[in-house]
Ligand binder design. Structure first.
Ligand code: PRP
Ligand code: URA
Length: 209
């Protein structure tokens, strides 16, 4: 069974609370999604392998650590996942970015894929699928299945806000995929929205309704 990591760092909890507020406007919401994604990048990369390098400081020669050139990839689920990309790239500027387009049918809540573009060397990369919301889990689970079909071997999922139903579905369908969250909420409502949640992440990020 995969692991679920919930980041309860005070900075993340504080920023999530402002994001949840109904009166928070698009500009501030977008900035907060970006900032929390940056903070999550620290935890997501905690297990990156390091290698010894010989360097020279102004004082002496020394052996120090650097990241071992691991190939990484971020895959935002369009649209809302786009809001998390820049924040992560700030921490990991050399990472490649794939895109997967999925939307949830408002009646059935089932996701439909409309776009997929990944880096060519899929099998050699460690991927992080990003989406602010993990509700029923349908979108994330289908996105992960698509990546696996293209040959991805190593995938993590990073979301800001999740319902237990979505976590359970991804864990059942993808027991090899660890899940990283900024908040684990109470439940889904009858319309498939996370409670208390933060509403429609795509609409709040891009100012649509
Ligand atoms: C939202 C959200 C997730 C999905 C979560 O996207 O960004 O992708 O719903 O719901 P699920 O876990 O029940 O699948 P939406 O389909 O509204 O598309 P958008 O990003 O274009 O707004
Ligand atoms: N998608 C969202 O944007 N918000 C939810 O609460 C559920 C799905």
């Amino acid at each position: 069974m995969s692991k679920v990591h919930v980041f309860d760092h005070p900075l993340i909890q504080h920023k999530m609370t402002i994001m949840r507020k109904v009166e928070t406007g698009t500009k501030q919401f977008r900035e907060l999604v970006d900032e929390v994604a940056s903070l999550m990048a620290y935890e997501l990369t905690r297990d990156l392998p390091l290698t010894d390098v010989e360097i020279e400081t102004p004082v002496t020669k020394t052996t120090q650590k650097m990241i071992e050139g691991k190939k990484l990839g971020i895959v935002p689920i369009l649209r809302a996942g786009l809001g998390m990309v820049d924040g992560m790239l700030r921490m990991m500027p050399n990472v490649k970015v794939g895109h997967i387009g999925l939307y949830r049918d408002p009646e059935t809540l089932e996701p439909t894929e409309y776009y997929l573009k990944l880096p060519t060397d899929v099998a050699e990369r460690d991927f992080v699928v990003v989406d602010p919301m993990l509700a029923t889990g349908g979108s994330a689970s289908d996105a992960i299945s698509s990546l696996k079909k293209q040959g991805a071997q190593s995938i993590k999922l990073a979301c800001l806000c999740a319902a237990p139903e979505g976590v359970k579905r991804v864990q059942e369908e993808h027991p090899d995929v660890d899940i990283y969250l900024a908040a684990l909420d109470e439940k889904l409502n009858d319309h498939g929205y996370i409670v208390p949640g933060l509403g429609d992440a795509g609409d709040r990020l891009f100012g649509t309704k």
